[in-house]
Design a protein around this ligand. Sequence first.
Ligand code: SAM
Length: 265
Amino acid sequence: MNAFFIMIKHDIHKMYQESVQCVEAEIDFVEATYKKLRGNSARFLREDFSGTGQTAAEWVSRNKNNKAWAVDLDGEVLKWGINNVLPNVSDSQSLTYIQADVRKSNIAQMDIVLAMNFSYFLFMQRDVLRNYFVTVKNSLEDTGVFFLDAFGGYEAAKELTEERECDGFTYIWDQHSFNPINSEMQCYIHFKTGDGTEYNRAFSYYWRLWTLPELQELLIEAGFSQVDIYWEGTDEKSGEGDGDFKVSKIGTADAGWVCYIVALP
Ligand SMILES: C[S@@+](CC[C@H](N)C(=O)[O-])C[C@H]1O[C@@H](n2cnc3c(N)ncnc32)[C@H](O)[C@@H]1O
């Protein structure tokens, strides 16, 4: 029993879910923003770079008419989702896992496509990223909406590690190297568990740190007609982000920020 408990506790996908993802807040934003923009409720959502499909699962849990497709290249990570996330979904038919390149999933006529957790930063050439954006545009309904997130700030280009205590383990974000000549960076997630076990480089990301002007230009070049940046407000007491993202033309020159990009076909 103890060994079983430890095995579950130390699963890297579980630790990732607990330390990195906040799918409830993400879907709150996506659901409310779609409704505000389109005046009705979205139903069909595709989660690109889905990993274990946690966000797609949250989507289908919100309404019995919602359907989601979770698309990822990695069969192992999808299998984890099928074994650990799908069983918690009340209607298993509402969530489909697809092993494919996001540019070729053929899952179209979507109300919403998500590219979250900066995953599209792995497309490093302008043409390649623009081509991905074109495929997203082509897979959306005319009334569809594309949601992405992005991060930046002067600390985003720094080589640093940040530790955060989570329930039973430490999460370590490692911006390992950054090359200012091409903006490419190597990042890792490490975990350290209470019993001293270290999961070094549990997740590895080789990315280009795209800027918001570049991303907005590429989305427009890909054929999106409107691109807005939703910037997070500041909690007056703590000086930290307040979790409320609003359309903005002017951001704050913070050390580190995360924002949403919302693109309309
Ligand atoms: C940072 S994880 C994102 C996980 C999840 N979306 C999240 O929000 O936490 C990136 C995922 O993208 C997947 N991936 C990388 N390149 C891909 C591609 N071309 N097509 C589909 N999935 C890809 C990887 O297998 C990995 O699971």
